[in-house]
Design a protein around this ligand. Structure first.
Ligand code: ADP
Ligand code: MG
Length: 423
């Protein structure tokens, strides 16, 4: 039998091939191994998977991972198998006979980790499996799917709590998500029936990014000036509407920039081609709506300019975070204008997501308005921008980063005061 304290490091090395844990990972693994329910909030790419895979390997018996997407399960199971771990999944991609094979093997103790779609949990076949092999540990990946506040609500996630309650022994529960709003966090704790969970929020800081808010009188001129000082560097300019994308892209091309455009109104062929030209550095500037981003992984993006204020801090940070993936210094600049607030208000009231008159739509709009207010406060605040972002996500932060426009501004003001006093 393995020794959990010494072996998590060995597993990290042998199975995953890494020498060090990233911030937060070890604390989460330790809590779970000490049988403490845990809610781990870490941004996408921070490394949540191994925080449940390592405990699953160290607990006796078959641990479960509840996951919403067939593609996620496939990727993780094949990566584990390649590393020599016995893992499998149960979801609607399997035929009934394949499903039976997996259940049989699970019953015989072939696997350490079984991935399962939430909709399988309360089926009779699965219930009979867990009766003969009660799981010591259940991990819920993408746990925000249980909350109706988020955009990824998945009714099947509501089956998780009754499933856990029906088990003969209470397993340790771990919930994992990148969504950090307090409402979603409360929902996850309540709806998954976590018991006095350890809540950890880590890994949101991106020290190589600098943050800046500008309130230019003329955004077009401001952007041209900004780009003129950064010729040849790769960057993204996000706009709120398709129309703005068209206008900005046009004006940049007229000024001699290799700019391409991207939004949902273009045909697929043009979108693919523009993305490729940007990816290959043939086009240096990508002008886009938020339709651009899912699944792109360009490492040398030197700046992300928001030509308009986005609708909330989650969107802002995700989009700005596409800068500096290679770890080198990169700039995130937001052009704030009062009209952006009005446009976002309009999109909330008229948006297709929840325009109805029912209670759910009203609540949704109320939440969106609240998030918009936080975004607006970010733009108008004089406090450290990085601290604002990190605290919004629930992560502790020093009061100053000395690396955002507000910290650098007070720096200058202090300087000037000293000069003035000398005079
Ligand atoms: P998340 O689920 O949080 O989005 P993943 O678990 O998919 O993130 O991990 C993202 C990437 O980080 C993966 O390529 C993973 O192998 C890598 N990774 C995770 N932990 C570490 C670590 N301690 N050291 C180096 N790379 C890591
Ligand atoms: Mg993940």
């Amino acid at each position: 039998r393995r020794n959990p304290v010494t072996d998590k490091k060995a597993l990290l090395r042998e199975i995953f091939g890494f020498t060090h844990f990233r911030p937060g990972q070890e604390a989460i693994i330790d809590a779970l191994l000490a049988r403490r329910d845990t809610l781990a909030v870490m941004p996408t790419g921070a490394g949540k998977s191994l925080c449940f895979q390592i405990p699953a390997l160290l607990f006796d018996g078959l641990s479960l991972v509840i996951s919403p997407l067939i593609s996620l399960m496939k990727d993780q199971v094949s990566a584990l198998r390649q590393a020599g771990v016995e893992a499998a999944y149960l979801n609607s991609a399997l035929t009934p006979s394949q499903m039976e094979t997996v259940v049989d093997r699970a019953r015989k103790g072939t696997y350490k980790i079984l991935y399962v779609a939430p909709e399988r949990l309360l089926t009779s076949g699965f219930l009979s499996l867990v009766r003969s092999c009660p799981p010591p540990f259940v991990a819920v990946d993408e746990a925000h799917c249980v909350s109706q506040w988020g955009q990824d609500f998945r009714p099947g996630y509501l089956d998780i709590a009754p499933f856990i309650e029906g088990l003969s022994g209470r397993p340790v529960l771990g919930a994992f998500t990148a969504t950090a709003t307090p409402q979603v966090r409360d929902d996850v704790t309540a709806l998954l029936c976590l018991r006095n969970p350890l809540v950890t929020t880590t890994g949101f800081d991106r020290p190589n990014l600098t943050f800046e808010v500008r309130s230019p009188a003329n955004k077009e001129a401001e952007l041209k000036g900004f780009l003129a000082e950064r010729r040849g560097k790769s960057g993204i300019v996000y706009c709120l509407t398709r129309k703005t994308v068209e206008e900005v892209c046009e004006s940049l091309r007229a000024a001699g920039h290799e700019a391409v455009r991207y939004h949902g109104g273009l045909d697929q062929e043009e979108r693919r081609e523009n993305q490729e030209r940007f990816q290959k550095d043939e086009a240096t500037v990508m002008v886009a709506t938020n339709a651009f981003g899912m699944g792109i992984d360009k490492s040398n993006v030197a700046f992300v300019v928001h030509y308009n204020m986005p609708k909330n801090i989650e969107s802002y940070y995700q989009e700005a975070g596409r800068a500096g993936r290679d770890g080198s210094r990169a700039e995130c600049v937001l052009f704030y204008g009062g009209r952006d607030v009005v446009t976002n208000q309009f999109l909330i009231e008229k948006g297709e997501e929840a325009s109805g008159d029912d209670e759910a739509s009203r609540l949704f709009r109320e939440t969106e308005r609240r998030r918009l207010r936080q975004m607006t406060l970010y733009c108008r605040s004089r406090d450290c921008l990085r601290a604002r972002i990190l605290r919004y996500f629930g992560e502790e932060s020093p009061d100053r980063c000395d690396n955002c426009s507000n910290c650098l501004q007070t720096f200058r003001e202090v300087d000037v005061t000293v000069e003035a006093q000398k005079i």
